[in-house]
Structures are given as C-alpha cells and as structure tokens.
Design a protein. Structure first.
Lengths: 266, 264
C-alpha cells in the first residue's frame, strides 16, 4: 500500500470505511450513556455500572462457569448443525428428486418460529444439556442446509462436464470441483449457522434450563436486577461479535486462497 | 486406419416420450484420419453438439457405433480431449493450475506436470500469465487456458465445440490461426464444431455440412488450400469459392431449421 509508511492514525483518516466501522461501536456506547442519563441509572445502568456488575459477577463466581457452560453448548450444537446441515445440503442439492421433494419442507420449517417446538424438545430430551444442544443445533441446521443446497445446485454443468471429460472419480469431482465452487458459500452458511445456534441455545436457557448464562438472565429479569441484566446482555453481545469476527476472518482468508473476491456473496 | 470412425450413428432424445422422442442425429457415418482437422457446420439445432458429446463418450448413441482406434467408445476416454464453448476455466485456479488440472487428477507428480504445463502455456501463447486467475484474463485468453488444459493431456483427438463462438471476430481469426499452428506442431487430430463457414474453411482439411434436424450429412467438402494457412487466406478467390459452395448448401437447411424452430 502506498500509505504504509505513514502512522496508523493517518491511515485511518485516509480510509473512511475502517474509520466509520470503528466509530459505530463508539457511537453506540455514547448513545447508551446518553440513554442512561435520560432514563436514570436505576432503569438502564450505563456502561460504567455495567462493567462494574460484570466484575462483581466474575468475583462472586457465577459468570465464568455459566458462560463456559453456554459456550460449550453452543459449540456442540454448532458442530452438529454444521456437519448434519452440510451432509443434507449436499445430498439435496445434488439430487433433483430430493430437492423437489424436500425444498418446500425445509424452507417452510425454516420460516416457522422454532420456539413453538420447544415443548417437544423438552419432552424428548428432558431438562438439561442435551435439550439445549439439540435445540441450538435445530436452529443452526436450517441455514446450513439451505445455503449449501443452493450453492451445490448453482454449480454450472460445464464444470461437471470438464470433470467427466477428464475422467474424474466422484470423490475427485467432489473434492476438486464442487468443494472449491461452494466453499465461499459454506463460510457464509457456517456464520449463519453459528448465530442461529447461539439464538437457539439462549432461547432454551431462557425458557427452561438448569445451567447457563441465559438462565441467569431470566432470573435477573424476574427480580428486575437491571445491572445484572445489562451485564449479561453485554457479555452475550461481545461473544456474538467475536464469533462473527472469527468467521469473517476465515471468509477473508478463503476468498484470498480461492480467488473468490471476484464473485463475492453476502 | 482411421483414428475415429463414426458408423451409422443415430441419437433419439427421450425415445419413450409420447411423440416417440426427438431425433437429433440421423444415420451419420464418416471417418477422421490421424492428424486431420475436420469441421462440422450446420444450422442451429442440427445435432452438432449431440454428435460431439457422443464422440466424447458423454452420451450414448441410440443406434450405431463410434470407434476410436478400433475400440467402441462407451464412456469418456483418456484419448479424447474436449474444449467447450462456454468458459470452462476454474475461477479458483491460476492459469498454471488450470492447465495442470487434468494431469494432477491423473496423479502425475508435481515436477513433471509443472514442466509439461509450462511447455503447453508457452504453446498456447500465455507465457507470463502463469499466475493470473481467469477473472484477470480476457475471454480469448481464458479459451487459450481451456485449450491448454486439454492439450496437456496429450489427447489422441481433440474435440472442440464452437470454442471461439463467444469471442469477437478479430479474436476468433487470431485464435484460429494460433490453433492451426498448435495443431501443426503437435500433429493433433481435431474435430471442430462451428456455425461459421469461414472459420470452418479457414481451419479444416475437410468440412462436413449437416442438414437441419434431424441432422444428416448433406455433403463432405475437401478443403485443398495449401498449408500453413494464414488468416489472410480468407481473402483469396479459391477460399471464397469453397465458402460460397458450402453456403449454398447451408442456406436451404438454415431456412428449414428456422421454420422448424418457429413452428415449435
């Protein structure tokens, strides 16, 4: 870059996009503080009180174990959603009959608010970790299936013709033609799967759970402990932000590795 | 013996359909000799591409046989290379990695396939663009990459389905001239499909003129213009006499083809 010799501050000013992106969270914190001044710190604790509440929570010992519990649940649910969604997505995307049969079902199930099925999950898996994992995975499964399925279907026939004319095996076709073609969509699918698994797990914890940060959020809400509510909300927002950032970094890396910036998606 | 023998080949699509299916190619027979450049011209929908796909082993003839070096073709053979009309380069691979793709899939070791690919890249005139991705190349250059990928496999016969069809007239002429040079240097047997009579006469030893659907061979024209041919051969009288002769044959067929497509 031509400006690489100038200071980071200079580069920021030269690059309004990065500057703007950094300014958005700053603006949010400022807005939050203003809103606190308007509503009063009892109703809406400000950034400083919230940080204090988080610190107090860590010290008294409920934040870390419950956060770890929730993150572990999300990780397991996400792994299941990603693998199952990928396999089903590839299967439905590469079979015309399968696609015609199941596409309406998948899209319609995706559209219903999945929380209405929560009691069924509770019956099947009982209260506890299994139920939370299953409910999270159920949420994450759908974007994974839908995006993978669509990407596989969009694979131009010409690439498959090239593969056949060169005598590729099915495995070689999958590994060297289908995968590189759908890989950028897969990263997007994983990002959506992650955020929806996250949603599913938190919802499960809010409704009925024995552990997890969501359970503490519900308890705080029932006694109107506003400082604790804001502390948990802030923690969850940071987790979501970091998770999304990680996927974005992977996406940038893959776009570079596979020269996909030319046909960017989402 | 001919390298490629097409013997009484007919293709009917959807033969179990309500109207008995669509006959795309009807009782076609011809031979292609080793090192020969043979073109097929014909009106739109005359079954040119169907014929090529059968030779490639991508689809099977309904009746008749296609033999390559005396062996019936039933599936894509290693000896057959195909260059498609659409852009078939992989956007996630550089020129070099596109050209070496087939060799890589066949398990040729890295050093050997790199060496071979560099020779081919030189042959198709892409030296200096080894590390460029397809989206950084023009349409004509991408088609050179596709030709290189096919040539790298050292096929017995190269099938080309309107490979320059999507390119502008000048690029087409230049690439045609390049193709002639490549075929001369590699003594490549080539089976070429085009809807441009000029292009067919410019490049070929023989031109097969096909009729409107169902495609039959209407005439086989030997092009006795001396080689090597430059692009300016297209201005000579002899060239134009051959073109006119084929055009007279085709005009009638093209009108039939148009009528048929209007009726549909």
């Amino acid at each position: 870059m031509a400006t690489s010799t100038s200071s980071p501050v200079h580069r920021l000013v030269d690059d309004p996009v990065t500057l703007g992106r950094l300014l958005v969270p700053v603006a949010i914190v400022v807005g939050w503080e203003l809103l606190t001044l308007l509503l009063g710190a009892d109703l809406l604790p400000g950034p400083v009180q919230t940080l204090g509440a988080i610190q107090a929570g860590v010290k008294s010992g409920w934040v870390v174990p419950n956060l770890v519990n929730t993150l572990l649940t999300i990780a397991m649910g996400f792994a299941i959603a990603a693998v199952a969604g990928f396999v089903v997505g590839v299967a439905l995307g590469s079979s015309e009959t399968g696609y015609q049969f199941f596409e309406p079902f998948v899209l319609n199930t995706y559209a219903i608010p999945k929380i209405v099925l929560f009691p069924i999950f509770l019956f099947i898996f009982k209260l506890g970790m299994d139920q939370k994992v299953a409910f999270g995975a159920f949420h994450g499964f759908f974007p994974m299936v839908i995006i993978t399925m669509t990407a596989v279907r969009e694979l131009p026939d010409i690439y498959l013709d090239v593969g056949r004319s060169l005598g590729l095996s099915r495995l070689q076709t999958a590994r060297h033609i289908v995968l590189p073609y759908i890989i950028v969509h897969l990263v997007v699918a994983l990002r959506f799967a992650f955020s929806l698994t996250f949603l599913g797990v938190i919802l499960a914890e809010l409704f009925a759970a024995k552990s997890g940060i969501g359970l503490y959020l519900r308890n705080a809400m029932s006694v109107f402990n506003t400082q604790r509510i804001m502390a948990i909300v802030t923690i969850l927002m940071v987790v979501a932000f970091l998770g999304n950032l990680a996927f974005y970094a992977v996406q940038l890396y893959l776009e570079d590795r596979w020269n996909l910036s030319a046909e960017k998606v989402v | 013996m001919a390298t490629l023998e097409i013997d009484g080949v007919t293709k009917v699509y959807n033969p179990d359909g309500p109207d008995g299916g669509v006959e795309a190619v009807s009782d076609v027979s011809f031979d292609v000799e080793k090192g020969q450049f043979l073109s097929i011209v014909g009106p739109t929908g005359c079954g040119k591409s169907t014929l090529l796909k059968m030779v490639a082993g991508l689809i099977r003839p309904t009746t008749g046989t296609i033999r390559l070096d005396g062996v019936a073709v039933t599936e894509p053979a290693d000896e057959v290379g195909i260059v498609f009309q659409e852009d078939s380069t992989f956007p996630w691979r550089t020129t070099l990695r596109n050209v070496e793709f087939g060799l890589e899939m066949r398990g040729v070791d890295r050093a050997e396939r790199r060496e071979r690919s560099r020779e081919i890249i030189d042959l198709v005139g892409l030296s200096g663009f080894e590390d460029a991705y397809p989206n950084e190349l023009s349409g004509g250059m991408r088609q050179r990459v596709a030709i290189g990928r096919t040539l790298a496999m050292n096929p017995e016969i190269m099938l080309m389905d309107e490979p320059f069809g999507a390119l502008d007239e000048q690029t087409r002429l230049i690439l045609g001239e390049e193709l002639l040079r490549i075929c001369r240097e590699t003594e490549q047997t080539t089976f070429f499909i085009t809807h441009s009579i000029t292009e067919a006469v410019h490049l070929s030893d023989r031109v097969l003129v096909m009729s409107a659907r169902p495609g039959r061979i209407k005439r086989i024209v030997d092009v006795d213009l001396e080689r090597p041919r430059k692009a300016d051969v297209v201005t000579t009288d002899r060239f134009n006499r051959i073109v006119d002769q084929i055009w007279d044959d085709l005009r009638e067929e093209a009108e039939k083809g148009l009528e048929a497509s209007h009726r549909r």
